[in-house]
Design a protein around this ligand. Structure first.
Ligand SMILES: Nc1ncnc2c1ncn2[C@@H]1O[C@H](COP(=O)(O)OP(=O)(O)OP(=O)(O)O)[C@@H](O)[C@H]1O
Ligand SMILES: [Mg+2]
Length: 294
């Protein structure tokens, strides 16, 4: 069952629609994004991305710096709107009553209960962000003048949950990520690894079914990073969320990802399980990534 579907998504930055059309025409002829930038002056974020992410899947997005990973993930919570294309999200799937049969390979039709999130008005978008998607950022994104507890409970306060209830939920998630007894600390009193755990607890506390993680563990040293990867996998066993996880580290992608999508110059080169990519790389770029795996 598909949870998120990107359909022909392209993003040309800082261009009006006719300028974007000229860049898209060059991309359609096969010109790469660097040449398009040279010729038109416009940056290509993404070109013609078609990607299905299944319910309950931990899906990694991989690629070199500038390949479009952050651009892609930021479309899913509409921090970025595309130049063209559609983004379908099945908002009937909740974290609790999810259909966990994700054995099917990519379905070709959109799920009947999916909505095109580009059509949401401001109020509906606010609701979508409160109820459906949460994001963990690379540099923690914690509010410095709020305590750990207030940071984790923030999304619940926005939802108007009572103080005692939201504190109970926040305490539960701080415990789950291995940070009991730190609720009264401020972010700058914590190590990077601890701050990232707070960021994770904050995203999990909302109970939203989709979790977006943009290089969430990249700033951490290797040992702490490995611990957080293990913790994420252990939590995912129980939570069965749909997780979109960005990394530029192939070892991390192979460890945590059920499937991996590889981007190059704003194009989606290949989606597959680690084994599929290893044994059947679509091109040299994918093969080089897979052979770089320790
Ligand atoms: N706000 C912006 N304005 C103009 N161009 C942008 C903007 N954001 C990204 N780009 C361009 O879009 C392309 C993709 O950028 P993106 O940030 O998505 O890459 P990335 O894969 O996340 O890279 P990194 O690994 O460095 O985070 C790059 O060429 C980048 O310069
Ligand atoms: Mg990025």
């Amino acid at each position: 069952m598909n949870h998120i579907q990107l359909e022909n998504i392209s993003k040309i930055y800082n261009a009006n629609s006719s300028q974007a059309q000229s860049a898209l025409a060059l991309l359609a002829e096969g010109m790469d994004s660097i040449k398009v930038k040279e010729q038109t002056g416009y940056s290509v974020g993404l070109y013609d991305i078609n990607l299905n992410i299944k319910a309950g899947e931990l899906h990694c997005i991989m690629g070199l710096s500038g390949s479009g990973k952050s651009t892609l993930i930021r479309h899913i919570n509409r921090l970025i709107d595309p130049t063209s294309g559609k983004i379908w999200v099945d908002t009937s799937i909740s974290a609790k009553n999810k259909d966990n049969t994700h054995s099917e390979i990519i379905a070709t039709t959109k799920p009947s209960s999916a909505i095109n999130i580009l059509e949401l008005d401001d109020k509906e978008l606010q609701h979508y962000r409160q109820q459906t998607v949460s994001m963990v950022f690379q540099h923690f994104g914690l509010v410095p003048h709020m305590t750990v507890m207030q940071n984790v409970a923030y999304g619940l306060r926005v939802r108007k949950m009572s103080v005692s209830e939201r504190h109970e939920v926040a305490r539960h998630w701080l415990n789950e990520v291995g940070l009991p007894n730190l609720e009264h600390s401020y972010p700058d009193e914590l190590s990077g690894g601890m701050q990232q755990r707070v960021g994770l607890a904050r995203a999990l506390a909302t109970d939203n079914p989709i979790l977006l993680m943009d290089e969430a563990f990249s700033a951490l040293d290797p040992l702490i990073r490995a611990q957080l990867q293990d913790q994420l996998l252990e939590l995912q066993e129980r939570l069965n969320k749909t997780i979109v996880f960005i990394t530029h580290d192939i070892d991390e992608a192979v460890k945590v990802g059920q499937r991996i999508s590889i981007l190059n110059g704003g194009r989606l080169v290949q989606t597959g399980t680690p084994n599929e990519l290893r044994h059947n790389p679509a091109d040299d770029y994918v093969a080089q990534f897979m052979s770089a795996k320790a």
